[in-house]
Ligand binder design. Structure first.
Ligand code: ADP
Ligand code: MG
Length: 254
């Protein structure tokens, strides 16, 4: 009740603004030519936070991932990265700001070796000695990939290709990793391995936006969930409530 306390309280109120999210989408709509894929989507991912983005095939999950990493520009609304306006900014600037995207499917060059795939990816942002260091870190983080550094990427198993795709973007600890359907087409035991890597990445402080149809893994990993249907958000909440809130509709489709 002294003056000091009052002053301290006032200082705290002004000196501690609300935490700025790593990623914020505000009222985003997006389209492919005349086809409207997203309608008024608002979401945010805070520092170190983990969010699962769920929904049936065609719901717009990949489009959200593309908008969130600068691959698709919104037709309406804004995208903020660390509080800065990134609307319409190119994808490489998102990557530079630490927002990285592991796309759907086998995002590797199938005719190049594992090491060539990584060297190509790292050369875009590193000089020769930087590439060497980055290769060392990638092989440390993904031992199965290190054992196959000379192997042609197209001959890797599905799980190994996903790990290579992750290794390409994980050379610096990202602020936010957006991963699109990492479990698609993988055997359950391989999905477990891929999710074990995601867990390590989360524990190192990287925020995650995990796009999945395989909702069990995503909900186990993530704090919060967002459900998308027909290009719009239909539910948001804590992961433990998600299975009940959205489960029936999603489990039906898997
Ligand atoms: N490049 C594209 N050109 C035209 N339409 C697209 C393109 N990509 C996706 N779409 C359409 O946008 C909608 C949402 O797709 P998408 O974001 O890939 O959904 P999800 O990842 O949830 O399966 C779908 O109807 C899909 O056919
Ligand atoms: Mg998709």
């Amino acid at each position: 009740m002294t003056d000091t306390t009052t002053t301290e309280a006032a200082e705290m109120a002004t000196a501690a603004p609300l935490e700025i999210p790593v990623l914020e989408m505000r009222h985003v709509s997006a389209a492919y030519g005349p086809f409207r894929a997203l309608f008024d989507v608002s979401l945010s991912v805070g520092e170190g936070e983990t969010v699962a983005l769920l929904g049936r095939n065609g719901a717009g999950k990949t489009t959200v991932a593309r908008v969130a990493s600068g691959l698709v520009a919104p037709t309406e609304g804004e995208v903020m990265v660390d509080g800065n306006d990134f609307t319409g900014v190119r994808a490489h600037r998102y990557a530079k700001a630490g927002v990285v995207h592991v796309p759907e499917g086998r995002a590797v060059f199938p005719d190049f070796s594992v090491e060539e795939n990584l060297t190509l990816a790292f050369s875009r942002t590193h000089d020769r000695s930087g590439v060497r260091d980055a290769l060392g870190r990638a092989f440390e983080l993904f031992p199965p990939i290190a054992q196959r550094r000379g192997q042609i990427a197209g001959t890797l198993s599905g799980g190994e290709q996903r790990m290579l795709a992750m290794a390409r973007v994980l050379v610096e600890t990202p602020r936010l990793l957006i991963a699109d359907e990492l479990s698609l087409g993988l055997a359950p035991i391989v999905t477990d391995e891929v999710y074990a890597v995601l867990t390590r990445i989360r524990d190192a402080g990287t925020a995650l936006l995990i796009v999945e149809q395989h909702i069990g893994h995503a909900l186990a990993l993530c704090d919060r969930a967002i459900l998308l249907a027909h290009g719009a958000i239909t539910w948001k909440g804590p992961s433990p409530e998600a299975a009940q809130a959205v489960g029936a509709s999603l489990f039906d489709s898997s």
